[in-house]
Design a protein around this ligand. Structure first.
Ligand code: NAD
Ligand code: DAU
Length: 355
């Protein structure tokens, strides 16, 4: 028996695999296409661990997935694989439709064929957990209540529309075919192994390199931040005890404006690694052109998960951010590995940044 994780060389999937194997002996079959966002260095500590079976493959390759499911007698699939960056979905939406929509469809079909072939007791115990996002709910006004699981779907970017489509497919495969599915919709994650195209690691790396810290628009957009390991513990809990066909919102009640986040990061760096000239990293902040269709505010109401499954985050925003800053200051080899080649090209195109 094993669990099959897709996208396990990415930010959240990688953290999930590391945490899983730190506390379980059950093997993990890790299926990842290794796009620009996939990084085997994240999993370097598992290189000679027989419980970690890495397979470079596309979730859209149904035949390959079917073979793996049978070969390892998989009892649960956790689907992290996706194109995940909103800005990239604006400049090139095609891959988002291909992986997030078509890929999820093909994965569901491969899983359904395998699940249908299982004995009754194994079918009943099987789970397909789909990892999704709060962005499917659209944007909130300043005084609106946080997103509950009942909030209607109003995706605004090609990324969130593709994730919304995948959520609908997962729901339909449960209602139509009886596939035992669970869906989680989480808010913004941060923490170790976060690819530096996303706000928090990008600001940390740019700050240390003496580069501008780009804030889109007025910087007053609000995101609800959760430390990645708390997201992973929520997924483990939903996998273990979630009710079939249900969706669970995951969040840490940490709403912050982007400007607040960037200023806090500057302050933490001022303390941990002061600039040579003694001035604050805040001086590097620059307001730049806004993201087209930029959602104003996300906020997650995670009370269902807390009430039904007893989950609570371990980290506050302050403790999680401190750990994150420390991790980026101490893991220069990982950072060097991800900031070459295609990364530099992206930074140049998106920010007209000289390298
Ligand atoms: P990521 O971009 O860091 O990692 C995605 C991983 O999926 C990469 O390793 C990549 O190689 C792999 N992948 C991409 N296309 C693939 C394909 N066709 N087949 C197999 N593997 C493929 O993303 P992340 O931030 O770790 O997000 C993981 C999941 O969590 C995504 O589904 C995302 O929508 C969701 N999510 C992310 C956040 C967040 O704040 N990062 C919040 C809520 C939900
Ligand atoms: O809410 C969950 C989502 O969070 C996930 O589903 C996505 O996969 C994940 O990428 C993240 O999406 P965001 O668009 O919120 O994350 P990002 O880090 O790209 O941006 C966070 C906020 O910071 C957003 O309001 C845009 C802003 N921003 C981002 C970048 C990269 C800037 O102001 N400047 C920047 O350079």
């Amino acid at each position: 028996m094993a669990v099959l994780i897709t996208g396990g060389a990415g930010f959240i999937g990688g953290n999930f695999v590391l945490d899983w194997l730190a506390s379980h002996d059950e093997p993990v079959v890790n299926v990842d296409k290794l796009t620009y966002a996939g990084n085997l260095q994240t999993l370097a500590s598992l290189q000679s661990d027989p419980r970690h079976i890495f397979v470079q493959a596309d979730i859209g390759d149904g035949e390959r997935i079917g073979t793996l499911l049978r070969q390892y007698q998989v009892r649960a699939v956790i689907n992290f694989a996706a194109e995940s960056h909103v800005d990239r979905s604006i400049s090139g939406p095609g891959e988002f439709i291909q992986t997030n929509v078509v890929g999820t469809f093909r994965l569901l079909e491969a899983v359904r064929a395998y699940w249908s072939s299982l004995a009754e007791a194994e079918q009943a115990a099987f789970r397909f957990l789909h990892v999704s996002t709060d962005e499917v709910y659209g944007s909130l006004g300043a005084c609106d209540a946080a997103f509950t699981e009942q909030h209607r779907y109003e995706p605004n970017s090609p990324y969130s529309a593709s994730k919304a489509a995948s959520d609908h497919l997962v729901r339909a495969w449960h209602h139509t075919y009886g596939l035992p599915v669970l869906t989680t919709n989480c808010s913004n994650n941060y923490g170790p192994y976060h690819f530096p195209e996303k706000l928090i690691p990008l600001v940390l790396l740019n700050a240390l390199a003496g580069k501008p810290l780009p804030i889109y628009g007025d910087g007053q957009q609000v995101r609800d931040w959760l430390y990645v390991k708390d997201h992973c513990s929520a997924i483990r809990r939903v996998l273990e005890a979630g009710r079939l066909g249900e969706t669970y919102n995951v969040g840490g009640w940490n709403e912050k404006t982007n400007l607040e986040v960037v200023q806090t990061l500057c302050d933490l760096l001022d303390e941990a690694q002061p600039r040579a000239d003694g001035r604050s990293y805040r001086e590097q902040i620059r307001f730049v052109k806004d993201r087209p269709g930029h959602d104003r505010r996300y906020a997650i109401d995670a009370r269902k998960l807390e009430r039904e499954l007893g989950w609570k985050p371990q980290e506050t925003f302050e403790s999680g951010l401190k750990k994150t800053v420390k991790w980026y200051l101490h893991n220069t080899a990982w950072i060097e590995g991800v900031t070459s080649g295609s990364y530099r090209q992206w930074m140049q195109t998106q920010y007209q940044q000289d390298e």
